[in-house]
Design a protein around this ligand. Sequence first.
Ligand code: B4P
Length: 191
Amino acid sequence: MLNLILFGPPGSGKGTQAAHLVEKYQLLHISTGDMFRYEISNSTELGQLAKSYMDQGQLVPDSVTIAMLRKRVEDNPGVGGIIYDGFPRTVAQAEALDEMLAEMGTGISGLIALDVPDDEITKRILLRGQSSGRSDDSDEATIRKRIDEYKSKTTPVFDHYAKAGKSLKINGIGSVEAIFGQLCEAIDALG
Ligand code: B4P
């Protein structure tokens, strides 16, 4: 079973690439960002809680995020593989994921990070903000906060999997097709 973590800073193209990868490899796509936005659009209690963090550019607390992720995985038994998009974003989330997959008799196949510099991701997110309606996309201070959260809390996840020789980086600058090609090569090499 392929368990792939698509990693990178906010706006690095994880969601964009995941949409293509799920089609090619027939994977279940789990995007915690999309799941929170779905809850927000349905005005659920979870959505209201998530929104209070997302609007500030902060991560949603681990306990909430891990419980939501676990439920999504348990609700989809027998899938051929899963692409984790935007999860794990903290080492605590990574440890919870490792534990859950070990209970299922499987584990992370690899983590692939999209490498994109800060000025490019800020540009991309502000551009998306013009049409996405996402409040966390339209304010430069909130975007800066998201980048800070990524650097302080999320980059250690790369090192967590690097210790097991499972992390790798690819260049996230270029056309969507060119980056997709590099991702496919990296996935095929996972065996
Ligand atoms: P996410 O929904 O994960 O959002 P993201 O990081 O902004 O997006 P992504 O990297 O997928 O970028 P995309 O492809 O869309 O998170 C939002 C918030 O939810 C977080 O800040 C946090 O508060 C919360 N959250 C989510 N998961 C959490 C967790 N596990 N724990 C705690 N909190 C969590 O691409 C961005 C833009 O770039 C698009 O407009 C796209 O068209 C463009 N683009 C893509 N590829 C391009 C390319 N090659 N060249 C030029 N532009 C490109």
